[in-house]
Design a protein around this ligand. Sequence first.
Ligand code: BMA
Length: 329
Amino acid sequence: MTKILNAKITNIPWEDRPEGCFLPIWRYSGNPVIKRNVNEVIERAFNSGFVPFGDGYAGVFRGDCYSGIFNLYVGFSKDGIHFDIGTEPIHFVDKNGNPIPDTEYSYDPRVVELEGEYYIIFADKYYEVTIGIAKTKDFKTFVKLEYPFIPNCRNGALFPRKINGKYYLLSRPSDNASAFFGNIFISDSKDLEYWGHHRILTTSGWANWNNVKCGGGPIPIETDEGWLVFVHGVLYNVNSYVYNMGAIVLDKDDPTKVIHKCKNFLMTPQADYEVNGHTPNVVFPTNVLVGENGKLAIYYGAADCVTCIAFTTVDIVMDYIKKHDCLKK
Ligand code: BMA
C-alpha cells in the first residue's frame, strides 16, 4: 500500500476500473470534459491546472482563441467535470500591484497550493519561450514573480512544499537550434526568486515512447514511497510525433534522485479525441486531483483540442511503475 501525503482530498470525479481492464490507467467515459468552442473567445481549452478552492475548484486554463493566440484564463468548477472559463485573459501585476505589460502568448499552466497561496507555473513569451511564475490568493489578482530561468525553457512544475528548507522546480530546457532538448531538470531555490543547483533528472530515450523528448507533467504528488511525477514522453516515428504519458518517482527527501522510472508508458493516444485533432496523437497530462483511498483523476489535454480525465489509484500506478522499473537491479 502506498500512502499519499499532504494532499487536499476532495470528492473527485471517479469511475471504477472497468471489468477485465488490466491497464494501469483508464479513461473517463464522459470524455472530453472540456469540448471545443468553450466560449465566445476561446476555441480550445486544454493543458491546464486547477486546485481545490472554496466548495469546488479554481484554476488557470490555457485558452486557444479564435484569433489564433493562446493565453491564460481563470476558470472554476464545482465538480471537476463542468467548467466555467472566463473570456478575459489574465493581466498580471508586479509585487507592488502595478500592471505588467501582457506578453505575446502564454500556455500550459500548472497550479499548486504552496504555503497558503496558489502558484501558477506556465510557458511565457519573454523574447523566447521561458517559464513564468505567478501567485494569487483569490484567482482575481495575479502577481508575477521573476522568471526563474533564461529562455528557452518550459514545462515547469513547482513542488507543493519545501523539502529540507528549499523549493524545487522541474523544467524542460528547450533550444530551437538543437534537436537535443527534451530532458527533465530540477532546480532549487531558498526564496522562489533565485534558482540554482540545476540537476538533470532524466534525459529522453529511456524507452522508445520517449525517444525524442520527455518533460514534467502535473505537480508532483507526495507519497510515503517518494514523489510521483507523471511525465509526457514523445516518440518520433517515420511521419509524426506521438505524445504519451509516463511516470518517474523521486526520492522523498532528495528529489534530485530518481528512484523508479517506468519503462512502459502509462497511456498512449488511442481514443478518437486523442488521435484526431489540431495536433494528432497527443495525450499531455498537466493536473491531478486526489480523492479518498488513493484515487487519482488525471487531467490531460488531448490532440491540443480538448481536456479529458483518466483514472487510476496510487497503489495501481505505483505497483505498475515498480513492476516495469528500468532502474530495478
Ligand atoms: C508541446 C507543447 C504542448 C503541446 C504539445 C503537443 O511541445 O507545446 O503545449 O500540447 O507540444 O503539440
